[in-house]
Design a protein around this ligand. Structure first.
Ligand code: NAI
Ligand code: MG
Length: 359
């Protein structure tokens, strides 16, 4: 298979962890006979330095021309005094819009070997395997009007929660499609006892569920979902929800299993290339020191293999290699236990590659 991957390293540890992910993808290409070509482009602070723009037109063009985008992270103290459209994160927000990435996928997997670093009990952690599907381009974050005004001598602030049928349909479908290749259960999270958008959401979820008779649908109110995620996270397979609820629940769920350095994500559009990136930021405190955990970026590459290219076997090989490397006690500082040897980014990456090659 021939695929063109646009690589946006960004800033800080983004450069280091993206390099690890590229090396792993190259290894997979060699082992399984795929031709992955990598096209590098600038985003974030490094793009501001070079092009005076956190998302230069050349980067947008490169992303749209490729089959998938691999991103590191953006931002850092060097650019903290900049404001508005010149902020590094603007590059990220704009590329999401340019590629119309309406579905954000965040898997949460409980690694047995890391269960000591979680606050939950070991038997609760080990079985966690859930996927949060968050609507990313609608809802309260984009609704108009958003304004402040003076009324009867008081300051009023307004945000608008708005969703259209088509916006809801496409994200719910994404949830069902994912459930079909997982454990065939969708939990649709809303606040239908209070919100009109949630009542429409629930109606549409019911309608769409008839197209997927092999998948079970249930509805859960968001406050209850927040509670159940802590009480019994193994209960969930696919959670599909709107933008704000998904923002909060995905951050909550990410802390069930341990470190930020372990969490991958994928953002998808209807047809064009998707964006695959670790959840963490540019970690200026450890940047340039070969200390960053590359596993979130490597897992993001695995998601790319599976969801962008349909290469499930290759993705599984990467996931298994990560699991094995952890089981053998290889850990960066963020996940090492007291007294355990701390490995570098390069050492972990090489270990993943060796593990893949030895299969
Ligand atoms: P951060 O995720 O960069 O770091 C938070 C803490 O987690 C730090 O102590 C860091 O060392 C640690 N950490 C994060 N990723 C790690 C990894 N792979 N291995 C080991 N340790 C890791 O978040 P923070 O500090 O709030 O933000 C730093 C910069 O990153 C800011 O400029 C922020 O705007 C940006 N940022 C960018 C994101 C993105 O590009 N998607 C997301 C979040 C923040
Ligand atoms: Mg968040």
């Amino acid at each position: 298979m021939k695929k063109n991957i646009t690589v946006l390293p960004g800033d800080g540890i983004g450069l280091e962890v993206v390099q690890s992910a590229v090396e792993v993808l190259e290894t997979i290409g060699t082992i399984y006979g795929h031709d992955f070509a990598f096209d590098y482009a600038d985003i974030g602070g490094s793009a501001i330095d070079k092009h005076n723009d956190p998302l230069p037109a050349s980067t947008i063009k490169a992303c749209k021309a490729g089959d998938a985008v691999l991103l590191g992270a953006v931002g850092g103290p060097k650019w903290d005094q900049l404001s508005g459209d010149m902020r590094p994160e603007k590059g990220l927000l704009r590329i999401r819009k340019e590629l119309d990435l309406f579905a954000n996928l965040r898997p949460v997997i409980g690694f047995d070997s890391l269960s000591d670093s979680s606050t939950l009990r070991k038997e609760v952690i080990t079985g966690i395997d859930l996927m949060i599907v968050r609507e990313l381009t609608g809802g309260l974050y984009f609704g108009e009007p958003r304004e402040r005004r003076e009324e009867n001598g008081e300051t009023i602030a307004v945000d608008t929660l708005i969703y259209s049928r088509s916006e809801i349909e496409r994200i719910i479908r994404k949830g069902f499609e994912l459930a079909q290749v997982r454990s065939r259960r969708v939990t649709s999270v809303d606040k239908a006892n209070v919100l009109e958008t949630s009542r429409l959401w629930r109606e549409i979820a019911e309608e769409i569920s008839t197209e997927y008779p092999d998948v079970a649908l249930e509805h859960m109110l968001v406050d209850n979902a927040a509670m159940q995620l802590i009480r019994d996270p193994q209960y969930f397979d696919v959670i599909v929800t709107e933008n704000l609820f998904g923002d909060i629940l995905s951050d909550e769920a990410s802390m069930l299993t341990g470190s930020l350095g372990m969490l991958p994500s994928a953002s998808m559009s209807a047809e064009g290339p998707g964006l695959y990136e670790p959840v963490h930021g540019s970690a200026p405190d450890i940047a340039g020191q070969d200390k960053a955990n590359p596993l979130a970026a490597i897992s993001s590459a695995s998601m790319m293999l599976k969801y962008a290219f349909g290469l499930s076997e290759e993705a599984l090989a990467v996931d298994k290699a990560i699991d094995q490397v952890l089981n053998e006690g290889f850990r960066t500082g963020d996940i090492a236990r007291e007294g355990e040897a701390v490995k570098t980014t390069s050492e972990i990456t090489q270990k993943v590659i060796e593990t893949l090659r030895s299969k």
